[in-house]
Design a protein around this ligand. Structure first.
Ligand code: NOJ
Length: 554
């Protein structure tokens, strides 16, 4: 029998009702970067009303929840991760009424809303910090941040040797001579979490948004809140990388866990299974697991997975290590390939392995082919998966933005040698044509490249083989077959050729050819979906290079 299969036409599976509980254990959560998603008022910047109008698109895509990067009042020194008022919507994004309408409409469609919480630092325009600076030494508000005298004869040297994640010293000197700590930009002073007012304030902020009806929080820099006693020098320790990946006096200190236990108790007072997800860059998946112990947070991003190159052995190792690390704490593994801080995976995989900040377009066709295969692998793994806006269109990073258009603070602090995060934040294309390809009616805050419209939702909808239709089919299958997201660990086949990953889960198998050359393998069942066209003949299949195939097994 010849079994021809167009790559993205799902085979019908028996639909099973999903358990209403524990929705987050296998949820697919879509990240919206509000500034770049949809602009309803034509000012060139995305907004909450734009997101609200596109909720039916997200519902149709088949995701379970939407995580919104910050939309709070902010001077935008770091794309809104510098919050001036945690209970207000920035006018560029709308109003609290718009947030309310967005939450209400999402719920009516059966979508959950997760908002970003930024507790490590505020904006320097936050009232506490402004007053702490204005009132000068002796202001009690200074204790809510880390103000310290400098070293050297006249205090002209920073209090310790810490460097900012965005480059340069982690300390800036106020006009009166005192230094304040900022692990990120100088406009993002770090809170002092030893101060009870800080802890009280964040408990209140949590309640504010929980009362508004949000379904959860993504916690920014969850590993950074507590600093080691006395703020000791790093000394010989390696300075941190982009977002820090080591246990240091400022990251992954054990004290953070007590904060999350308190927060969990608050969350559990509310109905409706709301969740926390940690942005915690830790050195190992085992340390990440500490954040998702039963009385702490629900999920943590799996950045080790995101950082894994397109290599079969490395992928298998990280999948197993992630599942092994989560098992003792009973938390689901999570999987993520792209977000607003890293080069999109279609561009990472188009280049030789080289970290998460890539400046060159590489081989775009190869990158997209691998990205599609990587996505089907990710969506076949047990646990929860994160999808970043535009990856369902196969968008590449925009690697040639002019320097004068860039906004990433790390680009400027590193003198243009680092911080290429604007490339994944370019407003996404909805239509083939139009001044900003349907993003809005009035241009776009970052320039969109030529040809962007050909990657638009309009251009890909209904087109067999398009990346958008591949995502739609994959998510529909995942929803229809509970064993796909939830359910047991993968059982690997060991007798496959080098460079091939193959595993089974109940009623389902996934085969991934991570090499560039075709490989013949025994067909484990009926093809459900494939990331590039495949043809199965009598019990065998030629698996093309850089391709993933999903199978229904008996
Ligand atoms: C992580 C966020 O994802 C990133 O965009 C931001 O720059 C830093 N945290 C600082 O808030």
């Amino acid at each position: 029998m010849n079994q021809q299969h167009p790559m993205d036409e799902p085979v019908a599976l028996a639909t099973t009702t999903r358990e209403p509980t524990d929705w987050w254990r296998d949820a697919v959560i879509y990240q919206v970067y509000p500034r770049s998603f949809a602009d309803s008022d034509g000012d060139g910047t995305g907004d909450l009303e734009g997101i609200r109008r596109r909720l039916p698109y997200l519902k149709g895509l088949g995701v379970d929840a939407v995580w919104l990067s910050p939309f709070y009042a902010s001077p935008q020194a770091d794309g809104g991760y510098d919050v001036a008022d945690y209970r207000a919507v920035d006018p560029m994004y709308g109003t609290l009424l718009d947030a309310d309408a967005l939450i209400t409409d999402a719920h009516a469609l059966g979508l959950r809303i997760i908002v970003d919480l930024v507790p490590n630092h505020s904006s320097d325009q936050h009232e506490w910090f402004r007053r702490a600076v204005e009132e000068g030494p002796g202001s009690p508000l200074r204790d809510r941040y880390h103000f310290r005298p400098g070293k050297g004869v006249d205090g002209e040297l920073p209090p310790n040797d810490w460097e900012s994640v965005f480059g340069g010293p982690a300390w800036t000197r106020a006009a009166d001579g005192a230094w304040f700590l900022h692990l990120f930009a100088p406009e993002q002073p770090d809170f002092n979490w030893e101060h009870p007012a800080v802890a009280d304030e964040f408990r209140s902020i949590l309640r504010f948004w929980l009362d508004m009806g949000v379904d959860g929080f993504r916690i920014d820099v969850a590993h950074g809140l507590v600093k080691a006693e006395g703020l000791p020098d790093l000394g010989g320790h390696d300075q941190l990388k982009l977002l820090g990946n080591d246990v240091t006096p400022f990251f992954d200190q054990d004290g953070v866990h007590e904060i999350y236990r308190t927060w969990r108790r608050i969350l559990d007072e509310y109905d409706g299974e709301r969740i926390f997800v940690a942005e915690a860059w830790t050195p190992t998946v085992e340390r990440t697991a500490n954040y998702v112990r039963p009385d702490e947070l629900h999920q943590a991003f799996n950045f080790q997975y995101l950082s894994t190159p397109w290599d079969a052995a490395a992928l298998r190792r990280i999948v197993d290590a992630s599942l092994d690390a989560m098992r003792p704490v009973g938390a689901p593994a999570t999987w993520v390939l792209s977000n607003h801080d890293v080069t999109r995976h279609a561009t990472r995989f188009a280049n030789p392995p080289g970290g998460t900040q890539i400046r060159t377009p590489g081989d775009r066709e190869l990158g997209l082919r691998r990205a599609r295969a990587a996505t089907l692998l990710m969506l076949a793994l047990p646990g929860s998966a994160y999808v970043y806006q535009g990856e369902e269109l196969g968008l590449p990073d925009v690697t040639d933005l002019p320097d004068e258009a860039r906004q990433d603070p790390s680009f400027f602090r590193a003198e243009g040698q680092d911080g290429f995060r604007d490339g994944c934040r370019v407003p996404i294309p909805w239509t083939r044509t139009g001044s900003s390809y349907g993003f809005g009616d009035g241009g776009s805050w970052l320039p969109q490249p030529d040809g962007w419209g050909e990657l638009s939702v309009e251009a890909q909808t209904g087109v067999p083989g398009s990346t958008l239709e591949l995502y739609r089919s994959a998510l529909a299958l995942r929803r229809a077959q509970p064993g796909l997201g939830a359910g047991g660990d993968p059982v690997w086949w060991d007798d496959v050729s080098e460079g091939v990953l193959a595993f089974e889960r109940p009623g389902f198998a996934c085969t991934v050819n991570v090499t560039g050359a075709p490989v013949r393998i025994p067909a484990p069942g009926t093809v459900l979906l494939a990331s590039s066209p495949v043809e199965a003949t009598d019990g065998e299949i030629e698996l093309p290079g850089d391709t993933t195939v999903w199978w229904a097994t008996a």
